[in-house]
Design a protein around this ligand. Structure first.
Ligand code: XIL
Length: 383
């Protein structure tokens, strides 16, 4: 980058020299033009990597929940093992979601056995620290997260799934504020078409497994907010349209649903912020809550060995424009919140998912802030 700026600067000087003949300039070298400021210097002076508690708390800048995905229980990166993460969570976030331990197979490993201990510990931690809990997720197609007994289930699927949802939601009644009731039930079948995903739940019950889950969740905790959650809604027009037509049908038939979750595992330069904002607006037009549930921004499409300054600045601007789009498109009363999918870059799920280095989050591994933090903070403060 520095080289580019140098070449750019040299060209400017050449141009200036070229002008000399027609437009005489002083020949003195006493006042050379100021050196171009490189990106690393911009970061140093404007967006320095300060300690997490030397910058404004993100939650203090928003009047809606600011959430973080965490590991807990016996996971390697559990916040109960890596306890130095806890002060960061407490400073910046007022909502938590478990990345893994509240998924189906963790809470319901066998047909007649539910295991709540690890999730209970996390929910208690959230309560003790005045944080909301978002439950993720009651029904998800992801093979490794489906309880083994379900994979070979031959009994009454409706009764079994109703019990699954009821047991879990009623166990956390009044303690888990909101749930991703069903996650990723819709998929793109071509670039321009979408349909229900042919998961084992769909194969057993057709699309009714989705509404059944919402109805049962409402019965189990009438005050919990119930979300449908999915990815790519911000750019795949057919997937968004399919999802919204399902939601409209729920509303028409009085199937309980309170919100739409946009995962927002997104990228530095795609899709356009215009598309993202339009998608948020379409969802908000349903008068439901709209929540960014899993925000992170992939940047490393060239397999770079480290995050360079210009990419870090571009990521800062991208975070800013996404948060701004959310604020502009979603009326205050409908803001379910913004949740980041991971605290530090070194722990991002993207590294194993994409099998490459990635730096998609807003904190460095030592809990200092990245330029990305300033992008979020600026947008939340209306700058
Ligand atoms: C991911 C977790 O971050 C990983 O730790 C786990 O191994 C797999 O699941 N969309 C979702 C999340 O809804 O549940 C996924 O979380 C990321 C994609």
């Amino acid at each position: 980058m520095k080289t580019k700026i140098f070449i750019f600067g040299a060209c400017l000087m050449l141009l200036a020299c070229g002008n000399k003949s027609s437009n005489p300039q002083p020949t003195s070298q006493a006042n050379p033009p100021p050196a171009a400021i490189d990106d690393a210097s911009i970061i140093k002076s404007q967006y320095p990597p300060l300690a997490f508690d030397k910058v404004a708390s993100l939650k203090s800048l928003a009047d809606f929940p600011i959430g973080m995905e965490v590991a807990a229980g016996d996971e390697e990166r559990s916040i109960f093992k890596k306890t130095d993460q806890q002060p960061v969570l407490q400073w910046h976030f007022n909502s938590l979601v478990a990345g893994v331990i509240m998924k189906m197979r963790h809470l319901h490993p066998e047909e007649n056995r539910f295991t709540f201990d690890q999730a209970d510990e996390l929910v208690s931690y959230a309560e003790q620290n005045n944080m909301l809990m978002h439950g993720h997720t009651l029904i998800w197609h992801w093979d490794s997260e489906i309880p083994d007994f379900m994979k070979t289930y031959s009994g009454d699927w409706k009764t079994m799934l109703d019990q699954h949802v009821y047991e879990i939601v009623s166990h956390y009644k009044g303690r888990v504020k909101s749930w991703d009731v069903v996650n990723e039930a819709i998929e793109e079948t071509s670039p321009t078409t979408s349909d229900y995903r042919p998961s084992i739940f769909y194969k057993a019950l057709g699309k009714t497994y989705i509404e059944n889950a919402f109805i049962t969740a409402r019965q189990a905790d009438p005050n919990a907010e119930l979300y449908y959650n999915d990815y790519n809604l911000e750019y795949n027009h057919s997937k968004l349209a399919f999802t919204l037509s399902m939601v409209d049908d729920f509303i028409k038939r009085k199937i309980p649903i309170d919100g739409i979750g946009f995962q927002m595992h997104t990228q530095l330069d795609y899709p356009s912020v215009v598309d993202i904002k339009a998608a948020f607006s379409k969802a908000a037009a349903r008068n439901l809550k709209v929540k960014i549930t899993e925000l992170d921004i992939a940047v490393n499409f060239t397999n770079a060995p480290s995050l360079n300054a210009s990419t870090a600045l571009a990521q800062k601007n991208r975070y800013k424009e996404i948060v701004k789009a959310y604020l502009e498109a979603v009326p205050p009363a409908q803001r379910g919140g913004i949740t980041f999918w991971g605290l530090v870059d070194g722990e991002t799920w993207m590294r194993s998912f994409y099998n490459r280095l990635e730096w998609p989050l807003v904190f460095n591994d030592d809990y200092s802030v990245k330029p990305a933090y300033y992008g979020v903070a600026e947008a939340l403060s209306g700058k």
